[in-house]
Design a protein around this ligand. Structure first.
Ligand SMILES: Cc1cc2nc3c(=O)[nH]c(=O)nc-3n(C[C@H](O)[C@H](O)[C@H](O)COP(=O)(O)OP(=O)(O)OC[C@H]3O[C@@H](n4cnc5c(N)ncnc54)[C@H](O)[C@@H]3O)c2cc1C
Length: 399
């Protein structure tokens, strides 16, 4: 329920920002009509806190009208209006996971895409499994902005009532999903590593207590059931080219005053041409067992010869062998390369969750009981300081 108290000064600020044109000013007081979706934008903008929303108790909600599995589609941020943005791989991975959930529920799989311009995105989204694409095109959607994007998503969810919504656990997804969850007053499970359907509900599994146990989470009293999933956790489905999704165009009335943060300048923190660890096909990773920064540097040479990227355990990062952007694991990046070589890494559960989806894992460790060998396809019990130089030599000779 939405209420306007006597504090309302009739300033009119709430009227233009309402995405549903649900507010009019009558006798210098804001009055909401039936188009109001309780999205909360007016509450945020009101300078005198005159507007309040009282949410229903979760258990009292009628959830029967909620249907459909939605995937939020993130686009690459180019910072250039003229450059065509690409669909991020994590969205395609989520479509694969979403397809399985939607099939089990007998519901549609829908992609949700917000952009200043559509570049036939529905073709790719359809090929990766989407039945429908909810498409909002607007100049204000040129780049990601928390206020603008969350307002649009909340309005779409309120209008179409999906039962499940999935986001990539990227910088953008981690910003957007909690904002949407708090506005809609629903739960959100972050960094899920597995998703399934149990008795019609979304079973969301994620590591808990420092990764030592897996927690299974259900949200029986709220909709949509929302989760974030890190890139590289779900395997991408094989695309079916030629299979296109139905486009549902949605309008959005977006007032620029909603935008409380403006991007003034973008700075590239990394070499733009460098391969990122999350997309690398070959990763040569080192841990505390590499002992010194100098020895760790040999892994750079080895990875160059293999056309790969260097990864590191948290211990190696803490020792200053490599910077945090290269950390693999629960509090680093989740990776799934074709080849993962590990040197002097014990295989703590927090490291394993970040690399176990790799196609082939090769581990070198002095300790035959190191847990890394439980996930490795090829294990070498030996001294990394002897094996790394020999590999480098052999690869150089081979060239
Ligand atoms: C909440 C939380 C989040 C975490 N997140 C992460 C994360 O994202 N990523 C991560 O990696 N860790 C993470 N950790 C830390 C994790 O628990 C481990 O402490 C860490 O992974 C250990 O790194 P390591 O394997 O390099 O070091 P160690 O566990 O000390 O293992 C070193 C290994 O090197 C071997 N070794 C020694 N000398 C040699 C040699 N000459 N040749 C070959 N092998 C040798 C040893 O036998 C040993 O197995 C997290 C922990 C917590 C609590």
């Amino acid at each position: 329920m939405i209420e306007v108290s006597k504090k309302c000064i009739g300033c009119n600020k709430c009227v233009p920002v309402c995405p549903f044109a649900a507010i009019s000013m009558i006798d210098k007081k804001a009055v909401m009509n039936e188009a109001c979706t309780l999205c909360g934008v007016c509450v945020q903008i009101c300078p005198v806190q005159a507007i309040t929303i009282t949410r229903e108790e979760a258990s009292a909600r009628d959830l029967s009208g909620h249907r459909g599995v939605w995937v939020y589609v993130e686009l690459t941020e180019t910072g250039e209006k003229t450059q065509v943005k690409k669909i991020k791989q994590v969205a395609l991975e989520l479509l694969g996971a979403g397809r399985r959930l939607a099939d089990e529920l007998g519901e549609d799989l829908c992609a949700v895409l917000l952009a200043d311009k559509n570049h036939n995105y529905e073709k790719e989204l359809g090929a990766y499994g989407a039945d429908k694409v909810y498409m909002v095109e607007h100049d204000e959607l040129f780049e990601y902005n928390t206020d603008i994007f969350s307002t649009v998503i909340v309005s779409l969810v309120t209008r179409h009532k999906p039962s499940i919504m999935l986001y990539g656990a990227t910088i953008q997804g981690r910003d957007l999903a909690p904002r949407v969850a708090s506005t809609l007053y629903v739960g959100l499970t972050a960094d899920c590593t597995a998703l399934a359907i149990k008795n019609g509900l979304l079973l969301q599994s994620r590591p808990a207590f420092g990764g030592n146990i897996m927690a299974d989470i259900l949200a029986p009293n709220s909709r949509p059931q929302m989760s974030t999933v890190r890139p590289n956790v779900m395997k991408m489905a094989e695309p079916v080219h030629g299979r296109s999704a139905l486009v549902v165009r949605e309008s959005a009335k977006l007032d620029p005053s909603l935008r409380r943060v403006k991007v003034l300048e973008r700075m590239i923190a990394h070499d733009a041409g460098a391969v990122k660890i999350e997309t690398a096909k070959v990763i040569v990773s080192g841990g505390r067992g590499m002992k010194t920064r100098e020895r760790f540097r040999q892994l750079e040479e080895l990875s160059k010869l293999l056309g790969g990227v260097v990864g590191a355990s948290r211990a190696a990062v803490d020792l200053g062998f490599k910077d945090k952007t290269h950390q693999v694991g629960q509090s680093g990046t989740t990776v799934s390369p074709k080849l993962y070589l590990s040197f002097g890494i014990s295989g703590a559960v927090q490291h394993i969750v970040g690399m176990k989806a790799s196609d082939v894992i090769v581990a070198v460790n002095k300790d035959p009981n190191a847990p890394i060998f439980n996930v490795a396809k090829y294990g070498i019990v030996g001294d990394a300081h002897e094996i790394v130089p020999k590999l480098i030599e052999a690869l150089k000779k081979g060239k």
